[in-house]
Design a protein around this ligand. Structure first.
Ligand code: MN
Ligand code: MN
Length: 296
């Protein structure tokens, strides 16, 4: 892949998304304390992204304790932060070009769990360059987290980011694999280690507040048809929150679209009960001799 133009519109928009994300993430992180509500933090971050000229690439994820991903507040959620482990995962896009990053805030008295995923992420970023095998990145992540006595989560992984698509190839595992591909010059990828004292495998369970369009087809009801158009115009195929659609008729139409398999849901992904999870994530552009971290 010779002659990648790193000044092209695509990369400039990834960088713009990354800059919005990094500022939003650090301000939202600063709001998290015992007594603040999940909804306040999610809405603050999503509004800030829009004010800065971006759009959320997916609803702000606020995953608590054994939750690892896909948790976002409902429209009238009143839950407050307690003495929790909180993974804050935010995505931003500028005209479809995405940045994805996450931090973990510890209010539970387990800072070493947060440190484990952060150290693993830094070690992974240190070896990223064109030609590195993703299996090697997974190996570094697994060993850094293992050294500290934790498990990585094997069925969650990093990924490429495409236009209006937050999860494309290559898959970047959180453990050593032999079948990985090599990163190519100009790839834009998110790397996201997770650390836990749980078994290292998440399962789907509990609430479902995030959805995305999978196929357009005919459906009964004017309101349902209007909702398909709204989703397509506002979110394209990117994930959106049920709370962005609203209550009442919106909620009913959303369920109809799900039953008709026009949209899919993303149930919360969780570790074993009581097993805390930490996550750290950055999005990078793969360069010849390293990488440019666009979400720092
Ligand atoms: Mn993420
Ligand atoms: Mn990601």
């Amino acid at each position: 892949m010779e002659g990648v133009d790193f000044k092209s519109e695509k990369y400039e928009k990834h960088r713009a998304a990354g800059k919005i994300l990094s500022e939003t993430l650090s301000e939202a992180e600063g709001m998290i304390e015992v007594g603040t509500t999940h909804l306040e933090v999610a809405e603050f971050a999503e509004n800030k992204i829009r004010e800065m000229g971006g759009e959320p690439a997916f609803p702000v994820n606020i995953s608590i304790n054994e939750e690892a991903s896909h948790s976002t507040p409902s429209i009238n959620e009143k839950t407050k932060f307690g003495e929790d482990m909180i993974c804050l995962d935010i995505g931003v896009h500028v005209e479809g070009w995405i940045a994805d990053a996450a931090k973990t805030v510890d209010l539970s008295g387990n800072p070493e769990l947060v440190e484990a995923s952060e150290v693993a992420l830094e070690a992974a970023l240190d070896i990223v360059q064109a030609g590195v095998n993703v299996g090697k990145i997974g190996e570094v992540i697994e060993s850094k987290i293992g050294d500290r006595g934790y498990n990585t989560i094997l069925n969650l992984s990093g990924h490429g980011v495409g236009r209006y698509d937050a999860h494309v190839g290559p898959n970047i595992p959180n453990c050593a694999i032999r079948t990985g591909v090599e990163l190519e010059l100009g790839d834009v990828v998110a790397i996201e280690p997770f650390a836990t004292l749980g078994g290292g495998k998440v399962t789907e369970g509990g609430k479902e507040e995030i959805f995305s369009l999978i196929q357009k087809k005919s459906v009964r009801g004017k309101k349902s048809r209007e909702l398909i158009d709204t989703i397509e115009n506002k979110y394209n195929t990117l994930p959106f929150a049920a709370r962005w659609i609203g209550e009442g008729q919106g909620k009913i139409s959303l369920q109809r679209l799900k039953m008709a398999r026009i949209i899919r849901g993303y149930p919360v992904l969780r570790e074993q009960k009581g097993k805390l999870v930490s996550q750290a994530e950055h999005t990078v552009i793969v360069m010849e001799d390293g990488c440019e971290i666009i979400t720092r």
